[in-house]
Design a binder for this molecule. Structure first.
Ligand SMILES: Cc1ncc(C[n+]2csc(CCOP(=O)(O)OP(=O)(O)O)c2C)c(N)n1
Ligand SMILES: [Mg+2]
Length: 637
């Protein structure tokens, strides 16, 4: 039996029929399709979505209208993250700029290991009247289009030149999207003529299909090697990454840490792996780490990485694990990550791997004095956090006060979301995470402009799970100016997010970084040009008025008391609310002395740069290669 449909109609039918299952729970995989239409998709995918929306039995695959293609990808990726990668969204864009606008989002998805299906329109397969509007012409390559830019940033890429190619492309797309080790952006480029072309499809292409999301179990020999390494450790430290969350391994991690007495530090994606006040939690690790986690990292003889990709922020550019004899055991669903830092590799699902380790290590624990010291260090850091929350900076509040107020006034299950600027680091150190999904900082790509669209995606995901928790989007003025467009979408959809817009008149984070590197905050403040550069008065930009003009409710605060009142009001409201708060850009949050490798000019006419270079070269001497192979094979032949 065949059914005659266009390529785009067949695509939509197929997406509707895909389901996933893990731990016996089954659900539809695609929760929606974002789209902005142009000539490259309006009569193809656009027509197909319309046909399903007006059908007698309308589709569960809702159409969502965005304002910017990059932002639509952000929203889709954030959605998938909130759903622990058990559901995702598609994004359709026109040919040309609509398509390339999604390239940044694709990179963000792939780097963060988050599934999203991208459907850029492509130039005519038939080329009868080319070049079509917006076509890139390459005099040396007849088969290149702007969509080839998706290749390096996609976990899977295909271009559907002929209708017959659609079925294998879709099956590969699903294989990759639902594979915990391989997932990321999947891009199917769809030439605009092919989208509208009819074909007789075998009916089984549209059969209900269930993809079983794997929980790979560890290989026994690899498990033995990991157990031997852990048993011989005296000062082990767990580094929990995003893989803990996606695997829903939080309970397994807690039980492992409790039984073995091992402290748990968290990466940006792993924050929330344990509640902040759990006795084994030592908080954030690395360049934006706590004094507790980083002190333990400095002494650790064994680091047990669980679901982490060991970014330079996590390792403080390979300086935070400082002991001569430090070794690594990495539990990761992806061999690519598990082998990092010359580790003993344990390829497995985080939950399965942790359960297996707990069982084999039964009765074993580290010295209780070590465990107690970790708890004490964590307590010392928590007092520093409280002091940062309780500051009383005048006349404008410090950012840590704003973070503290949101933390204290939000419900324990509310979600804080951020991506770039000075807030991700401050949140990593200071945010008291009380729920496993309470902390959402996109720090794989740290993409300015992710925040508002991401918050919308997370809120849509919460609503789809009948969950009324609030989403607090923390956004700097720089990120807000870069991409505030999806406020309009939140208003249109009647979806409430709370946006905390921190106004400090420029790129405070890069300003501080610039100063520390001897570059004198050059080009990081928003000011009028004068004869001597961009050093005039502050610009008169009114972001509160801007947000109001987009349809959001806006509350403004210049004192921390006003801000607290505004947060309570926003909590009570059912509408998207932007709280505009002025902060003092020059008050740093407390930190540990961790380093981040950003190279400083080797020669310079500036004193400030020369001084910074001297300090840089000193830091470089502490950088470790972590090339020593693990040697536990001799204990376990
Ligand atoms: C798309 C993008 N461009 C540039 C950067 C580099 N960058 C990181 S933070 C930042 C400044 C952010 O300014 P703002 O949002 O006001 O936050 P603040 O630093 O003031 O806290 C810049 C330019 C980035 N992360 N993403
Ligand atoms: Mg700023």
């Amino acid at each position: 039996m065949t059914v005659r449909l266009t390529v785009a109609q067949a695509l939509v039918r197929f997406l509707e029929a895909q389901h996933v299952e893990r731990d016996g729970v089954e659900n539809a995989f695609f929760a929606g399709c974002w789209g902005i239409f142009g000539h490259g998709n309006v009569a193809g995918v656009g027509q197909a979505l319309l046909e399903r929306e007006v059908a007698d039995e309308p589709s569960h695959l809702r159409y969502l209208q965005g304002r910017n293609e990059q932002a639509m990808v952000h929203a889709a990726v954030a959605y998938a993250r909130q759903r622990d990668r058990l559901a995702a969204m598609a994004v359709t864009a026109s040919v040309g700029p609509g398509a390339t606008n999604m390239v940044t989002g694709a990179a963000l998805a792939t780097i963060n290991r988050l599934p999203v299906l991208l459907l850029p329109g492509d130039t005519f397969a038939t080329k009868v009247a080319n070049p079509v509007l917006q076509e890139l012409e390459d005099p040396a390559n007849g088969d290149i289009s702007v969509n080839d830019a998706f290749r390096p940033v996609s976990a899977y890429f295909d271009r559907v030149h002929r209708p017959e190619q659609l079925a294998p492309a879709l099956l590969h797309a699903m294989r990759v999207l639902t594979d915990p080790a391989a997932t990321g952006a999947v891009t199917l480029a769809l030439p605009q003529d092919v989208q509208a072309e009819a074909w007789d499809w075998p009916e089984e292409l549209f059969a209900r299909r269930v993809w079983h999301i794997a929980r790979p179990v560890p290989e026994p020999a690899a498990l033995d090697r990991a157990v031997a390494a852990i048993r011989s450790a005296r000062r082990p430290l767990i580094v929990a990454g995003g893989g803990v969350t996606y695997s829903r391994a939080n309970d397994a991690l807690r039980e492992f840490a409790e039984a073995a007495g091992i402290p748990v530090a968290e990466t940006q994606a792993g924050k929330g792996a344990l509640a902040y006040d759990h006795p084994r939690s030592v908080g954030a690790i690395g360049a934006t780490g706590t004094t507790a986690a980083n002190a333990l990292a400095a002494e650790a003889d064994l680091v047990i990485g669980v679901g982490t990709r060991y970014s330079d922020f996590t390792t403080a550019s390979r300086t935070v694990f400082a002991a001569d004899d430090v070794r690594f055991v990495n539990l990761n669903v992806s061999a690519f990550d598990s082998h990092k830092l010359s580790a003993t590799s344990l390829v497995a699902d985080a939950r399965e791997g942790l359960r297996a380790l707990t069982a084999l290590l039964e009765g074993w624990a580290v010295d209780s004095a070590y465990t107690a010291r970790a708890t004490q260090l964590a307590g010392e850091w928590d007092a520093i956090v409280q002091a940062a929350y309780d500051r009383s900076n005048e006349p404008l509040p410090a950012q840590s006060q704003v973070i503290g107020a949101v933390n204290e006034l939000s419900d324990p299950r509310d979600i804080v979301l951020c991506a770039a600027g000075s807030m991700p680091g401050d949140l990593h150190k200071l945010w008291r995470t009380r729920d496993r999904k309470g902390y959402h900082v996109e720090y794989g790509f740290s993409c300015m402009g992710y925040e508002i669209a991401g918050g919308l995606g997370v809120k849509l995901a919460a609503l789809d799970e009948s969950d009324s928790r609030d989403v607090f989007v923390m956004v700097g003025d720089g990120s807000y100016l870069m991409m505030n467009t999806e406020l309009v979408t939140a208003v249109a959809e009647g979806v409430k997010i709370i946006v905390v817009l921190v106004q400090n008149h420029g790129f405070a984070s890069i300003g501080a970084l610039s100063e520390s590197l001897g570059s004198q905050r050059f080009g990081t403040q928003y000011r009028y040009r004068t004869e001597t550069g961009l050093d005039g008065d502050r610009l008169p930009v009114d972001l509160a008025a801007n947000a109001a003009s987009l349809g959001a409710d806006v509350l403004s605060a210049t004192s921390i008391e006003d801000f607290r009142t505004a947060v309570l009001k926003a909590k009570q409201s059912t509408r998207t609310t932007v709280i505009h708060v002025e902060t003092d850009p020059l008050v740093p949050a407390p930190d540990s002395p961790a380093w981040w490798d950003v190279p400083v000019a080797e020669v310079s006419a500036l004193d400030s740069t020369r001084q910074a270079r001297t300090s840089y070269e000193d830091h470089k001497t502490h950088q470790r290669s972590h090339l020593a192979p693990t040697d536990n094979d001799k204990d376990h032949p």
